[in-house]
Design a protein around this ligand. Sequence first.
Ligand code: ADP
Length: 451
Amino acid sequence: MDLKNKRVLVVGLGKSGLSAAMFLRGQGARVTVSDTRSAVALAKEIPALLEAGIMVESGGHGLLTFRRQDLIVISPGVPMDTPEVKQVIAFGLPVIGELELASRYLQGQVVAITGSNGKTTTTTLVGKIFSDAGVPTQVGGNIGLPVIDLVAGSTSDTVNVLEVSSFQLETVEEFHPRIAVILNITPDHLDRHGSFESYVKAKERIFARQDAKDFLVLNGDDRVTQVCAARAKSEVYWFSGTKAVRRGAFVRDGVIVWVEKEGGTTEPVIPISEIPLKGAHNVENVLAAVCTARLSKIPAESVRTSVKSFRAVEHRLEFLRKLNEVEYYNDSKATNVDAAMKAVASFPGGIHLILGGKDKDSDYTTMTELLKKRVKVVYTVGSAAEKIERQLHGVLKIISAQTIEKAVAEAAKAAAPGEVVLLSPACSSFDQFENYEHRGRVFRQAVMELD
Ligand code: ADP
């Protein structure tokens, strides 16, 4: 794609928007960025943009700004049904995301990982397995470093391991990973995607451009991903924590095994007991990573060594400390009901669970049975508190704590030796915090200050 002197508009000045604008400018395009935030809110970004010769529109989107372009690059944070975006699409202008833009320039292979939950953990683990094995590896995408920032460092030998979200997938056209992984699909972000069907459709774009030479790794225990298989042109491999699969990775007698060909021999990769992460959901993440690694010919022994030395990513069921025989875990990244249920299911019982934050139109009643079995007390925080209390009314003891600090103090008082205090809030964080990392840090500090 020759961008020289092309007029390109970048919509949304987040991390990836900023990187995309700089990249486009570097390619000789005439770049404008447009963001609904005020010039004051963008004060940190604006000088560098102007310096690079990029025009900035702040405080709203002008329809004319959108019309005068050859290409629109939209950030994952900006909904496709934003009126200006809808109008330019109707007008016939090409609208792509940063992931699509980057993948047109990225050299080497792409391994792309999506799912409602487990993306960051699996992406980080796959990146470690590849780089431990000596493969020139770059990790990026939704996980932090925008994909466009990987372009400069990529060569034909590079394996680019990308975490991709449904928002990023909404705006891909030619994105074509050699290996695509869908970990699971459970209701999430329905406030933004509108319906479960359109959320699933977005996820499926990860393999839409794949052909018979590519691989698609799917979760054999997830009903929705099973339906996806019928629509794939690539070779489908399965992983399962509960049953044998025809080809892919599964657990047999406590050991993760790999089967390359249907009816072929099973190769032991790593005993479950050697996985240093908590919970059955993390076994699933390891299974998906094993498929990806073995499809890329990384030897089983090397995979085993890498998995053994992997540690939980911060804010993902991360062990903080043990005080008075009570363990504290930070799972602030559990921003939906399914993720929180996985965390709860990782402990046999005696859980003091902190729930709440900003509601995403979630149904908390689906947690009822599990909570009854494993959780002693729920401590509610944030703006979703009232809804959670209403939906879980009569199920178990609920303390309305309002803030994380108060919840930690109450839980520490109530927890008996051998029990667990778990922040796994099932909600996003934007009511009381900047993001889930901020919420996790506040939790950590409150926990560390206990004595
Ligand atoms: P993502 O990047 O998709 O949000 P993370 O790896 O950051 O995923 O994990 C987020 C949370 O989701 C974790 O804290 C954990 O509670 C839960 N989780 C992790 N892996 C899985 C999985 N395979 N299935 C369901 N829930 C998971």
